[in-house]
Design a protein around this ligand. Structure first.
Ligand code: MN
Length: 710
């Protein structure tokens, strides 16, 4: 849109005048109200140029008005620095201007914060994606781009170092975003301003060289333009013919490959017509006027470029062999070529499109591109990129040092930790999200800074598997647990085997080394494998022991069997506790070996093991070690007489006793009697007894019993 270069809006009345061209009076009033609010909020603040601060948001709104953006976008532009720079909070904006405007303002503020927080370097690509990912509404981007444009236009008043930093960021981040959204005019202005700020000397030199060339050629250029125009008119074709300027930054970039003379030795024109048909007719006419250069004709109308750009391109032999480049397109194509996504606000202001949200318009834009792609049957990778960028499945997270990590949406600190490094994940014990201690399972959001707290020697928690979403984290955690499980299995296997050997009246450590070596050679496995298989219950320790102790002394078998294997509760994943009887430290217990599941600990009186109790292949006598650790689950049944607030009373007592309730199930016997089943975790049988005792003291409690499922 040629309007991009319109002069800066200097007063709210002037903006109101411009808005009357496309906005209803009520909406204009809303924009005006937002302006007054911003004026008050920024009262006393000045821009570096000395002007009142509010001139900046006003100018940003003016830029959006050139794109015919809606009232909400303009209101957000008025308020975009209010949260950042003044006392005003988001809630106040919600109350004054409604949720959608507040969301837009919030989105723009977040992008602004990131600009200043990030030390990221050479990650422009990720940064671009992050900016797009953070904006849930595409209008946030358009407000942000306009904000940046006004800042670039008024860059001159800043300190040189700050000027260069902003200019570089504009060239690396914002110009490419404008290009992705097809906003050619905006991109060119970003590049020109950025280039001048980064390399003022080079820009000056190229500019004066361009001026010199242009001065020499002016008459010639105008001559050719008139020839083309006359020819079209003679054939009755309505069209606008204009010369095209080359931009300094694009000349600068081309100069690494071509000489300045070669770049400038081209005449370039654009013909804008009323219809597609006229485009092709105009093409025929200019081909009749000058001889076309073979192989240079391109039909981007039939096969549009990836960002939706449509035009006919041709090159002609001009006088003295100087090539003439010509672009031919319709008015509508011209608008889209210049404005990209913003064209939807600019020219689709019909009733149907008016109610669409920003995101819906973005969808519509992409749909338009996809339709074109379907017609062209041309693979357009670009569109895929735009789609991914506008509706991202990814989030972008900063490390404390400013490095950007790309993660799938829904990822949390554990996923992030493993993305940083497997060792960081394995040693993770907590995290800070934007400097606040937070649960590691909290889903992260784009733009957050995440710091992983590690502790040497700590280990991944199996519960993490419930919420991590990246394959990398999942695999690393599983791998670690599997290793740990196998170590635990080897340990238990060794103890089980030693126990079984001692039951046969021998001592494992005193057996001749050859006995073990022969057995392993016979079985064709390693010692570690053997012990692991015993540990997980794949092999029976008793049978292995029998083979190891070739000729057991019958009398000693009986003697050895009364010292049971001691367990500590810290055997980890290879030792399970029967859900039928839920043994507690202090209870008499046995180990039941089940293939694949490893050893399951049961009460010695559990009905489920009764018939195997004297089968050494299946059952191992066990005892609790003196240093039992950890919590054990126990299920109790409480028979009660109905009383108001009973459950609360019980919960309070359990809490006082340091007991966690893990599950509650109630069973009503009749109107006045009932039973409650509680799954609680306790330290030992004695601990449980104390709990039962306190519960029995409650009047309404009739009976407390341990639950047995056998
Ligand atoms: Mn601003």
């Amino acid at each position: 849109m040629a309007a991009m270069g319109a002069p800066e809006v200097k007063s709210i009345d002037e903006l109101g005048e411009r808005l009357r061209l496309y906005m209803d009076p009520a909406s204009i009033n809303q924009v005006r109200r937002a302006y007054l609010y911003a004026e008050q909020a920024h009262d006393g603040q000045k821009r570096r140029s000395g002007e009142p601060y509010v001139t900046h948001p006003l100018a940003v709104a003016g830029i959006l008005a050139e794109m015919h953006m809606d009232a909400q976008s303009l209101m957000a532009a008025m308020l975009h620095d209010v949260i950042e720079d003044t006392e005003v909070e988001k809630n106040a904006i919600v109350a004054q201007f409604g949720e959608p405007v507040a969301e837009l303002v919030d989105g723009v503020s977040k992008l602004t914060q990131i600009e200043f927080a990030s030390k990221a370097e050479a990650q422009a690509e990720n940064f671009q994606k992050m900016v797009l990912a953070m904006a849930e509404d595409i209008r946030v981007i358009l407000v942000k781009l306009s904000d940046r444009l006004h800042n670039m236009r008024t860059l001159g008043v800043l300190r040189p170092d700050k000027r260069r930093r902003i200019a570089r960021e504009t060239l690396e981040i914002y110009a490419p975003i404008a290009a992705k959204l097809g906003m050619h005019n905006l991109r060119v202005e970003f590049e020109e301003l950025g280039f001048r700020a980064m390399h003022p000397m080079r820009a000056d030199r190229i500019e004066s060289a361009v001026k010199a060339v242009r001065g020499n050629r002016h008459a010639l250029l105008e001559n050719i333009r008139l020839q083309i125009e006359e020819r079209l008119q003679k054939e009755g074709l309505v069209a606008m013919v204009s010369g095209r300027e080359k931009h300094l930054y694009s000349i600068y970039r081309k100069m690494s490959k071509k000489s300045f003379k070669d770049i400038m030795d081209v005449f370039a024109f654009r013909i804008v017509t009323n219809s597609v048909d006229s485009c092709y007719r105009a093409l025929g006419m200019v081909h009749g006027l000058y001889k076309p250069v073979a192989g240079m004709f391109k039909d981007y109308i039939a096969i549009p470029k990836s960002n939706g750009y449509q035009s006919l391109h041709t090159v002609l032999f001009g006088m003295y062999g100087v090539p003439i480049e010509i672009q031919i397109r319709t008015h509508e194509m011209d608008v889209i070529a210049s404005n990209g996504i913003a064209a939807h606000w600019l020219y689709k202001s019909d009733k149907q499109a008016a109610h669409l949200t920003g995101q819906a318009k973005a969808q519509q834009w992409i749909k338009g591109l996809l339709d074109m792609q379907a017609k062209a049957r041309d693979s357009i990778e670009f569109i895929e990129n735009v789609k991914i960028d506008l509706f991202p499945d990814d989030i972008y997270i900063f490390s404390p040092k400013g490095k950007i990590f790309e993660l799938p949406a829904g990822a949390n600190a554990i996923d992030f930790a493993y993305a940083v490094h497997t060792d960081v994940g394995n040693a993770c014990v907590g995290c800070r999200i934007d400097r606040q201690l937070s649960p590691v399972s909290t889903p992260l959001q784009s733009g957050q800074t995440v710091e992983i707290i590690t502790a040497p020697g700590s280990q991944p928690n199996p519960n993490w598997l419930d919420f991590v979403i990246t394959a990398k984290a999942r695999t690393a955690i599983r791998h670690f647990l599997k290793n740990r499980e196998s170590n635990e299995a080897v340990n238990l296997g060794k103890r089980l085997l030693a126990k079984a050997v001692s039951n046969l009246g021998k001592d494992l450590s005193e057996l001749p080394a050859t006995a073990m070596a022969e057995l392993l050679a016979d079985m064709k496995i390693s010692e570690e494998q053997l012990l692991q298989e015993i540990g997980i219950g794949k092999r029976v320790a008793y049978l292995t022991a029998r083979r190891l102790v070739a000729q057991p002394d019958e009398s000693s078998v009986a003697q050895g069997s009364d010292s049971p294997l001691a367990i500590t509760g810290a055997e980890g994943l290879v030792l399970n506790y029967g859900n039928c009887c839920r043994p507690l430290p202090g209870d008499p217990i046995v180990g039941f070996i089940s293939a694949g599941r490893g050893m399951v600990v049961h009460l010695a009186t559990c009905g489920n093991v009764a018939e195997h109790l004297h089968n050494p292949d299946k059952c191992v006598p066990l005892a609790w070690s003196d240093e039992v650790k950890g919590d054990f689950q126990s299920e109790i049944r409480i028979d009660y007489q109905n009383e108001r607030g009973l459950l609360a009373k019980m919960a309070a007592r359990l809490n006082d006793a340091g007991i966690n309730i893990e599950k509650i199930r109630t069973e009503e016997v009749d109107a006045s009697f009932g039973a409650i089943y509680l799954l609680i975790s306790v330290k030992s049988r004695i601990h449980l007894a104390r709990v039962v005792k306190t519960l029995r003291k409650i009047d309404a409690v009739l009976k407390v019993t341990r639950v047995k499922h056998y």
